[in-house]
Structure formats: structure tokens, C-alpha cells
Design a protein around this ligand. Sequence first.
Ligand code: SF4
Length: 456
Amino acid sequence: MTTIRLPTTSSTPSGSVLGPAPHRTESAGAYRATGGYGAAATGPEELLAHLTDSGLRGRGGAGFPAAVKLRSVRDGGGAPVVVANGEEGEPGSAKDRWLLRARPHLVLDGLVRSAEITGAVRGFVYLSDPAAAASVRRALTEHPPPLPVEVVETAHTYVAGEETAAVRRIDGGPALPTAKPPRPFERGVGGAPTLVSNVETLARIALTAARPDLRRDIAHGTLVTLSGRAAGPVLTEAAYGTSLRDLAERHGSPDATGALMGGLFGGLVDARALDLPLEPAALAAAGTALGCGAIRFLVPGDCPVTTAADAAAHLSAESARQCGVCVSGTGAVGNALHALAAGTAAPDTPDHLQRWATGLRGRGACGLLDAAAGIAGSLLRSFPALVRSHLAAPCPDCAGHAPADGRRRLTVAVPEVAVPPGRIPAPPRPAAGRATGAPRASSPTAIPLPTLKGTP
Ligand code: SF4
């Protein structure tokens, strides 16, 4: 397994998520020493105003404004619920699991701050990584939060982190998306207005509470997981405005020829796009997206057609098979791209791919089908000559990559984080007589978890 590289950050600014010691789990005391858990520093209304002013956007993929989401849950009435979503499904991303393993207090502080803003009466941390779960349980014992917070585990899949899947799982069902509306902010866990927030978003909310003077820097920085064939994966933090080319050099891919953006969500871009700044609006204008911040760089010898085929194969295998159009659509895109890579595609394959790229969008209950359409469309848009050449003759670069390895090629390992010595506290027992939809918090009957594979 490849160990992900982390920067040594003794000079990390206080508005950074990476923190001073990214290789070991931060204790409550160390977190307090950085200004965390400073209860009276910034009140909920003031913090909401700072978040509005900073323009902080969610870091789970969709990039929705954090303050708007918080306000919607607060104004939804009833007894709101807050959920820290640490279940990252994109195969190229490791930042959320690292964050929960290394800086659980930063996430929990952000969850408590969000509860204060929304008036939430209970919270959950939703994840699949066993090491992250142990880290969060330890942190909850070290510094008990002012509202009940429970850990809910799930199996690691591409769609388990989708917000409605998280709600469904916490309510005792399978971790599968449901049709929208209603969205969780309208009706979520137990029917209550629910904030489902990515753990990096929560970390940035906590940082903003501690250092409101740095709110714009905090909102305009992001964790990125960089990977590719040229070098091992790297988890780092980058300011908006950093060019993709700078990040390629930071990864060890200075001769990058393109990239797979946002995990699988942002599609493929060519070498010209490497001059784009890491900034949501600029990336959107270029037809791509930062998503969860996972970027896989292509280097000479990597064929974008193979990468697209790998991505489509991953999505097809991860389809939750709830929507008929998703089962047939992801399968068709996957088969077509596989045929292109294998040199066996029919002459009209690009036409089919183009039709699916536009026709499949928005037709599934979650974003997986959109991602498959995006992979097909971005390949045609960014590498049209290459697609045509695959119809004329077999591609030597594609021939060098066994399709069976495709999903593994896109998967990165989570960074190793040293756990402090001491016994991990036993999980709390669920309260007796809980209403239907009770969370499976800390349950000894948690679903068995798959092992993550590292990049070759
Ligand atoms: S679009 Fe696909 S992955 Fe998403 S809910 Fe429907 S079947 Fe499942």
C-alpha cells in the first residue's frame, strides 16, 4: 500500500486545516492551545455573519454556500439535527478520513458551532473508516460536547456519503440515496430539519469561530488530494488562486498532460486547463469542478481514454442500482469507453457517448449518473482528436493498462496517523426505548467495512 505524503507544517498558519502535526491525532489539550473550543469568542449570530461574509462553500463536492445551508436548517423549525459527514466516496480522495483521524476535535468543534447556529438538539458523526471512528470516539470522551453526539458507521461505497443516503442510514435504513425533494434541510433525520455537512466544511467553521479575522483566508483555502502515476498521493492544503500546474509540481507531476478533476465528479481536462486557478467559478466556467478536491494528474504515457474507462467502470460498479436509467446508463458509458480503450469501438461510439453525456444528466436520484455523463462529455470535449484516433488504430498507451486494474488505479490510501497511547473508550450504549429510526450509533453490529486499496 502506498503511504500518502503529508507536508511538515510547523509553520502552518492558524487558519489551516492541516494543523501543526498532521501525522498524529491531536488531543483536546493541543486543540485548545490553538484557540479551539473557545466558547465565548464568537457567538452563533456573529459566526453566521462571518461565514456569510467569507463566502465559505461546502467541501463535500457540490460547493453549496455554508451560511445559506445553516440558515435554512435554523429556519426550518422543530428540533434540528446536525450531521458531520465524513464518508467520502470519491476513490481519489483521502482528506475527510485523514481529518477525522488527525483532527477530530476541529471537526467536533465545527459540529457544535453549527448546532449553536441552527439550534440543533443532537448530532451525529457519519463515517466508514474504523480508524476515524476510533479517533472520534476518543475525542468525544476527552471533550464531551454540550449536545448528544453519536457515531454512525456505514459500509464504504461511492454513494454512501450522499446527503440523503447519510440520513437514511442514520435513520436505520440502507446507505442509499432517496429522491429529492425533500432535501435533508427540509426533512432529514427522524423527519427533522437536518444539516448534513462535510467534515472539512465543519473544520473551516470552527477555524472561523477561532479566527474570524482570517475568515476569508479560511474560506479560500482547501484540502486537496493529489495523485497520479508519476508519484505517490499527496494530501496538502492550497489557497484559491493556486494554479493546477503549481499543484501538479507539488505532486511530482511537472510534465502533466491533463487531469481527472474532483474525484470523478469534475471530469477530464487537458493540458491547457492546467493554467486555471483553483477557484470554483473559474473551474466551472471551464466546464470542470473542484468537487471534493481530489485531482489525479495525467502524465506522458497515461491515455485519457483509459482514465475515462477506469472512471466509468468504477461508477458502473458502484451504481446503487435503484434507478433503471443509472444501471443501463452507467453500463453503456462504461462499455463504450472500454471498447474505445481496447480498440474495438464501432465508428458511431463517439456519437452515442455524446448523446449520453447530455441525455443522462439529472436523471438519477444522486450524482453518480451525472458523474458518468460528465466523464464521457469531458473526454469528447477535451480530447476529441484522441477519441478519433482510437477508432482508427489501437492505442499503445491503453494497451499497457489492464482494464481490471482500473478501479484500483484511481483509489488512494488514507494517510497513516499515529494514535496516542491509551485505551479507546467503549462505545456508548444506545438509549433504551428510542423511537423508530434510531441511529445505529457505536453499535457492535456495525456493517463490516471493506479494506481500502492503495495506488500501485
Ligand atoms: S443514480 Fe444510480 S447510484 Fe444514484 S441512486 Fe440512482 S441507481 Fe443509485
